[in-house]
Design a protein around this ligand. Structure first.
Ligand code: KIV
Length: 271
């Protein structure tokens, strides 16, 4: 039983309190009603409707193709299932970069049509105008720095980011700018643990890591990766809590066998 497990609804304020009281924040992705309901029942603090849905749910090789309509579809399914967790929804690629008015319209659609609690956006100083405009409308924003998958074509590789001094300093500066703009939290993806600890200790807002070591205020993983439903993706930071791909394949094989052998349905499984 943790200090915050009795909270009936996790809010951005609760996350701030968790940082102050030194209780780590547990966050996972979900993209559909059934999984989101299980996560909420298990007591997860934050659910991210990530644009990783583009890879995990739609089979694309990057997060770039997913659309705002598709994100709203996933997010509204998740939100129907959740009563306790804070639900954050990714603004997809192309819906906020370079046009802060368009960015606000995208965020408003996510809040209005899906019923999200907050949005997440990738980038630092380059997107600060969009971040500020969205915040000025009263919409909570989570930042995302480090390996930002929407910029994969710029990076050209999925290697650890900010290992060079210049990129590390820019990341520290970007995190500060996002906090000063009013973001309630920032995700740091695949950066050296020492750098993430530095950002987290300087920040007043909670810093959530994925491949950023233990010195941050919380952790996030992609649900399908940690459950072992997806098997192709195996970065060092990923801990697998199950091997559901094997369990699902074996269950389906048993079903096929039972149907072919006339074992299913039996006497009790018919009317
Ligand atoms: O889309 C996503 O799943 C994410 C997490 C990896 C943080 O942004």
């Amino acid at each position: 039983m943790t200090k915050f497990s009795s909270v009936t609804k996790v809010t951005t304020h609760v996350l701030q309190e968790m940082k102050l009281k030194d209780e780590k924040i547990a966050m996972l992705t979900a993209y559909d009603f059934s999984m989101a309901r299980l996560l909420d029942r298990a007591g997860i603090d934050v659910i991210l409707v990530g644009d990783s849905a583009s890879n995990v749910m739609a089979g694309h090789t990057s997060t770039l193709p997913i659309t705002l309509d598709q994100m709203i579809y996933h997010a509204s399914s998740v939100i129907r299932a959740v009563s306790r967790a804070l639900v954050i929804v990714d603004l997809p690629f192309g819906t906020y970069q370079g046009d802060s008015r368009g960015a606000l319209q995208s965020a408003i659609r996510i809040m209005k049509e899906a019923g999200a609690d907050a949005v997440k956006m990738e980038g630092g100083v380059e997107i600060i105008e969009s971040v500020e405009r969205i915040l000025s409308a009263g919409i909570p924003v989570m930042g995302h720095l480090g390996l930002t998958p929407q910029s994969i074509h710029k990076f050209g590789t999925y290697v650890v980011r900010a290992t060079e001094e210049a990129e590390a300093r820019k990341l520290v500066d970007d995190a500060k700018k996002l906090e000063e703009a009013g973001c309630f939290s920032v995700v740091l993806e695949k950066i050296p643990a020492k750098l993430a600890t530095e950002v987290s200790s300087k920040a007043r807002i909670p810093i959530i890591g994925i491949g950023a070591g233990p010195g941050v205020d919380g952790q996030v993983l992609v649900l399908h990766d940690m459950l072992g439903i997806t098997t192709e993706f195996s970065p060092r930071f990923l801990r697998r809590y199950n091997n559901l791909s094997e369990e699902i394949i074996n269950s389906v094989k048993s079903y096929i066998g039972d149907v072919k052998s006339l074992d299913f349905p039996n006497e009790r499984e018919q009317y």
